[in-house]
Design a protein. Sequence first.
Lengths: 163, 166
Amino acid sequence: MNIKTITTAVLCLTITGFLLRGCFTGPEGQIRKQLSEVEELVSYEAGESELGALGKAKRLGEIFTEDVAIELTGFTGAKKLGGREQVQQAAMAARSEASSLQVSLYDVEIQVAEDKMSATVEATGQAKLGQENSTMVQDFVFTFENTSEGWLIAKVMTVEALR
Amino acid sequence: MAVTIKRLIFGKNPRRTLIRAGLVVVFSIIIFRFVLVTMHLSGISMEPTFFDGQMSFANRLAYVYKDPERGDVVAVRIRNSGRSIFLLKRIVGLPGESIGFKDGKLTVDGVSLEEDYLSYSSDWNRSPVLCGDNEYFVVGDNRSMEIERHALGRTTLSRIVGKVIF
């Protein structure tokens, strides 16, 4: 076997691996991907263009179900959002409250229901606000639903770490 | 030259050096896996005792044989299964005590308590809450923050990861 054959074989195997991984990502993988999207779309840098912000808010809305229910308590104060549009509006409004925001989710634990139609996700969110140089930490419980559009967030609730 | 470098790295007895290096690695793994928690601090709630961006260590074994005491700075798990993010707080309330804040002063069972580790003034007011049998009240040292933006309250012993050493 010459080096060309070996290189071709390795390349084919790698591509096949990626394709198989992409095609057969289970519910957990798809949910993790959605959460990564949330992290990316909720976060923004200082000086972000309005068009860019609008695009991100639109994409963010698409990760939630039409009738999503969000109940937040804690640092941000008590907030209730209902529906995809309100999520998009809140994402835009957040940009006027801090110059930049970096959101990360840690310790993500996913429990998929037996019928594979819903899942409960626990995660710890960390938000870094640029201008204020402050960090906020909050525990979240997400409820995902398996819809025709894929796994979408149907409910978000905050959980108090200290009571 | 090559012999000198080899001697410098492996010493007179390479086998002994390797054993020593192995022991150091094993010892470090044990220390950082089971004894110490390394933390990179983020946030201002413990200022001026601890600052944003500082490195800190907590001793996991501190409460194996004794209970936490008032004044201890501890690392608290956000939720029972949390592994990555901890809250760094000071214990101000012990099991069975009623903890509140009045005009910026901590009250324990209705009595105002002096806290010599505080540097910033505070105007916090919060109704007393009773700590359960296994609960501790924790709060940061930076009480000049708005109380709404400061994580404080009761936690259980199982969520206390360890006592902060420095």
